[in-house]
Design a protein around this ligand. Sequence first.
Ligand SMILES: NC(=O)c1ccc[n+]([C@@H]2O[C@H](COP(=O)([O-])OP(=O)(O)OC[C@H]3O[C@@H](n4cnc5c(N)ncnc54)[C@H](OP(=O)(O)O)[C@@H]3O)[C@@H](O)[C@H]2O)c1
Length: 341
Amino acid sequence: MRRIVIARPGGYEALQIVASPTPAPGPGQVRIAVAAAGVNYADGIIRMGLYESAKRLHGYPITPGFELAGHIEAIGEGVEGWSIGEPVVAVTLFGGYASHVCLPADRVFPLPPSLGLEQAAAIPTVFLTAWFMAERQVHPEPGDDWLVHSAAGGVGGALAQLGRAAGARVVGVVGGAHKVDAARTAGCREVVVAEGDWWRRVEALAPAGFDAVFDANGVRTLAASYAHVKPMGKLCIYGFASMLPRDGRLNWAKLAWDWLRTPRFMPLAMTRDNRSVMACNLSFLSAEAALLARGMRELLDRFASGALVPPPVTTFPLERAADAQRAIESGRTVGKLVLVP
Ligand SMILES: NC(=O)c1ccc[n+]([C@@H]2O[C@H](COP(=O)([O-])OP(=O)(O)OC[C@H]3O[C@@H](n4cnc5c(N)ncnc54)[C@H](OP(=O)(O)O)[C@@H]3O)[C@@H](O)[C@H]2O)c1
C-alpha cells in the first residue's frame, strides 16, 4: 500500500509518500481499496502540528484523512453483510490519505448508486459536521434566517444545502467574487463577498439578525457574528481558520495575538440577550459510532433520493497531497478536494 505520512509537524514538505505492506483487516474490520480520499482544511492543521485530536488521540507519525470511498477488498473475522468488490464510503479518524485502509465495519456505508466514488469521498466530513450543527444544535424551522461564512467551501456549502432543505433563508459570505456562483448553487439565497463594508450588506439582508450564524473563521469574524445573532438565535463555532497562514508558514506571534483577541463570551450578556453559543468538533465525536452512523445513513439516503447533491470536486493524485493542502489553505478553492491513489 501507499500512504501519506507526516513524521513530524511542518510545512508541505512534511507530507511524504511511503510504501508499506498492505495490512490484513483485524476482527470486526474490512479492508477498502481506496478510490478517492477527501481533503479537509483540518488536514493541514494536522500537518502544522496544531490539531488537538491528532495530538491527543493519535500522535505523530500520522496519516491524515477523515473520509474515503472505494471497494471492499478483504473482510475480517466476525464481519457480516459485506461482499468483496462492493463500493463503499467510509468515515475514519485519520489514515484516509492511503491506497488501502482497514476500518471497523460500522464506519463503512454502501455507496448510493447515484454517487461516483470521488463525489462520495467528498461527503462524510463536511456533511456530518453540517448535519450535527443543523440537527443537533440549531434545530432549524422553515423561514429561519441563517448566515453561513465560507459558503462556497466544504462545510459552508453543506450548511447552505441543509439550510435550504430545511426551509431556512441562507445568506452566504464568501472570500472572493469567483465563489458567488458556487455558494448560490449550494443553496444560498443571497451571497455577500467579504470585501469593504460587507457587514452592512449582510445587515441589509436580515435587519433583525439571524436565527443561526455558522462561523469557522474565528477571531476575524467571531465578535461580529455573535452581534448579528437575533434573540433566541445561536452562534455555531466550528473552526478558527483566520488564525492560520494562507501560505503554509506558521506565524507564532500572530497565533498568540489572535488567541488573545478571540472573544470570550459572557454568560451574563448571553442570558440578557437570549443568544446561545454552540461549538463542535467532529473528530472528538469519533467514538460516537451510533451517532455518526445515524448521520451518515440519513445523509446518504438524501443523496440517493437527489434531495442533496455532492459538492463540486477537484481531484489530485495521492502523491500531490501537498498541492491539495496548499490549494485549500490558499482560501481560493470552492467545493471539495479529493485525492486519488
Ligand atoms: N469542527 C469540526 O468538526 C469541523 C469539521 C470540518 C471542518 N471544520 C472547519 O471548517 C472550516 C472549513 O473547512 P473545510 O474543510 O470545509 O474547508 P473549506 O471551507 O473548503 O476551505 C476553507 C475556507 O475557509 C475560509 N478561510 C477563512 N480564513 C482562512 C485562512 N486564513 N486560510 C484559508 N482559508 C480561510 C476560506 O473561505 P472564504 O474566504 O470564502 O471565507 C477558505 O476557502 C475550517 O476552519 C475547518 O477547520 C471543522
